[in-house]
Design a protein. Structure first.
Length: 107
């Protein structure tokens, strides 16, 4: 996950609890199980909330990278889950629902 210096520092200081990503085709491909990827974002959200279906790919590790440079520093954390969240919980994501990747730090 590419992040800017502000968020990278939060990861480094173990302050970031969740990383938010917009519901766009790129992130649907990366985060949603293949059998649900052909559905509309609204249908995917409905399956998740109304029918309690696990639509997410499960990841053990999240890798945060400070920018796009090939030699940019990285930090690895555990991923404790992915969920949908309301945008009012976030900053600068706009209105609606977004992905929330839950960060867990190893002690």
């Amino acid at each position: 996950l590419q992040v800017n210096k502000f968020f990278f520092n939060q990861v480094s200081n173990k302050e970031l609890k969740e990383d938010y990503r917009a519901i766009k085709p790129y992130w649907i491909k990366k985060l949603i199980k293949q059998k649900y990827q052909k559905l509309s974002p609204q249908e995917i959200v409905m399956l998740y909330f109304a029918k309690n279906i696990d639509v997410f790919i499960h990841y053990d590790i999240l890798v945060f990278k400070n920018g796009y440079n090939e030699k940019a520093p990285i930090i690895k954390t555990k991923c404790s889950g992915i969920r949908f969240t309301e945008s009012h919980e976030m900053t600068c994501m706009g209105q609606g629902i977004a992905f929330a990747l839950e960060v867990q730090y190893v002690k």
